[in-house]
Design a protein around this ligand. Structure first.
Ligand code: NAP
Length: 487
């Protein structure tokens, strides 16, 4: 890339070596920025795919879509490939693209402070760095949300969160309890039911289940993909169009797409759950896709196995031998899995972030996190988030979201390279956009009357409430009147 004579050299810190951090490293280099470090607190890259290793884990976005647009993979084994394969994909991309040597592993960023046009970064080990730009690629579904069940510490068996799977614990022939009915629980139940002696699924709220076939790609198909990479790129693009059509329906609770999804889920329930009592237990009382839509082709089969039970009585407490429900019954267990989701309001935190004039992010986000276009925060110049607050997180490929956001960020960064020292969104533009966003969010499917991780403390969906096409258009070029530039 050609530089003007006045171009500044910029130093970057990327925080997190998951999907968006790896993407950032690759795209920074491509844009001609070579002075950067990727900070990763763990000893391995991969983010979500490093941390979630529970049985049955896969991504319910088709693999050919859940890939970087510039790194098509002819070798995906299935339409929805398992987690380990996705982890291997990211490791392969990072190795091939020379990202590995740029990652500082095993050191957690604890503090960021902005002064005189630069960020000072500190890590747990005491390492310091001074950079012009910070890209926070810290993930969304990252901090496990543990339920506050009475007596949890008394349990004599093994107890762990779905994102902290303890692979030393024997499942074969064990009595296993699973708390939760989100995507994680549904995948776990389908994968372990045939191995365990007893499976108790503690369901607080029934889920709509979208049937999902998962055909394998034959060796012949994969050979064809290897020979003609353009076929893989075409698949990626076609799937992106299909997903856009689906996601455009999410923002209108009464759209034909939402009706079609509910019809498909309802037919799945009616046709595939034989016992009328169980069918009623599994029948949700809210609109399909209000909670994050769960896709599975084996969940209903799993919960109809003789060793499985869907327990709908609330949990009273955990005891030494198992879980006691409110009807007084003790469900004896050897293993209790908490598939209870994540704290989705953390983003950069627990990093302590001090912006311009000493303002603390913790204070700015005291009520709830927010950011202009989910990317940047007034008063925190040259700090950009990927998959930040209130962005498009509902049933999209977060890779596509991150690629679009990074393209937008790089356009802002080019202004820094050209000589501007500080860039951040104006307070006015941020407040106005947030007002418009919350108003629009009320009409989306996520605001149609259910409890879910999409909702903030006011019950407003924390998501992009307009079509994905509008998001794409917004990301194509920054509206510079919304950005304050200094220096
Ligand atoms: P989740 O969707 O937030 O589900 C948490 C479950 O735990 C819910 O059923 C919830 O019940 C239940 N729960 C929470 N606290 C409880 C308590 N104290 N007592 C009883 N039940 C409790 O979490 P998740 O399944 O880990 O999924 C999170 C997100 O990760 C998904 O929505 C999806 O975006 C992503 N994910 C994706 C995939 C994929 O294939 N792409 C796979 C896994 C996860 P209520 O419904 O009553 O609140």
């Amino acid at each position: 890339m050609e530089r003007s004579p006045a171009a500044r050299n910029l130093r970057f810190a990327v925080i997190g070596a998951g999907m968006s951090g790896i993407l950032s490293a690759i795209k920074l280099r491509e844009a001609g920025y070579d002075d950067f470090t990727v900070y990763e607190k763990a000893d391995r890259l991969g983010g979500t795919w490093r941390e979630n290793t529970y049985p049955g884990i896969s991504c319910d976005v088709p693999s050919h879509l859940y890939s970087y647009s510039f790194e098509p993979n002819p070798d995906w084994s299935q339409r929805f490939s398992p987690g380990a394969e996705i982890q291997a994909y990211f490791e392969g991309v990072a190795r091939r693209r020379g990202v590995m040597s740029r990652i500082r592993f095993g050191d957690e960023v604890t503090r960021l402070e902005f002064a005189n046009g630069r960020w000072t970064l500190e890590t747990k080990s005491g390492h310091r760095d001074e950079v012009d730009v910070v890209i926070a690629a810290t993930g969304v579904l990252h901090h496990p949300k543990l339920p506050d069940l009475a007596g949890q510490d008394d349990f004599e068996g093994a107890l762990f969160h779905s994102a902290r799977w303890d692979h030393s614990v024997k499942l074969d022939g064990a009595r296993v309890g699973v708390v939760g009915t989100g995507s994680s629980a549904v995948q776990i139940v389908g994968a372990i039911v045939d191995r365990v002696a007893k499976l108790s699924l503690f369901q607080r709220t029934a889920q709509w289940i979208m049937p999902q076939e998962n055909p394998r790609y034959s060796e012949a198909e994969r050979a064809e993909f290897r020979k003609h990479p353009e076929l893989v790129t075409k698949l990626h693009e076609d799937m992106a169009v299909l997903f856009s059509a689906f996601s455009n329906g999410l923002v209108d609770a009464n759209s034909p797409q939402m009706k079609a999804i509910e019809d498909a889920c309802l037919a799945n329930l009616e046709q595939n759950v034989r016992d009328p009592v169980l069918r009623e237990k599994l029948r949700p009382s809210y609109k399909a896709a209000c909670k994050r839509l769960v896709m599975s082709d084996c969940f209903y089969r799993a919960v109809q196995q003789p060793q499985a039970e869907v327990v709908t009585e609330g949990i009273e407490r955990v005891e030494a031998k198992g879980v006691r429900t409110r009807d007084g019954r003790l469900h004896e267990l050897d293993v209790l899995v908490l598939a209870t989701g994540f704290r989705v309001d953390r983003f950069l935190r627990p990093i302590r972030v001090v912006g311009r004039d000493g303002i603390e992010l913790e204070q700015v986000w005291e009520k709830r996190p927010s950011a202009y276009l989910s990317i940047s925060i007034p008063g925190f110049p040259n700090l950009f988030m990927l998959n930040g607050p209130n962005g498009p997180v509902g049933n999209f490929s977060l890779i596509e979201v991150a690629e679009l956001q990074l393209g937008y960020v790089l356009q802002l960064v080019s202004r820094l390279r050209a000589g501007c020292r500080e860039i951040c969104p104006s307070e006015e533009a941020t407040v106005q956009l947030e007002l418009d966003r919350t108003e629009a969010a009320k009409h989306t499917i996520w605001g149609s009357g259910c409890r879910s991780w999409y909702l903030d403390d006011r019950g407003v969906p924390m998501s992009w409430p307009w079509t994905f096409d509008r998001f794409r258009a917004e990301m194509s070029a920054p509206k510079l009147e919304a950005w304050e530039q200094k220096g």
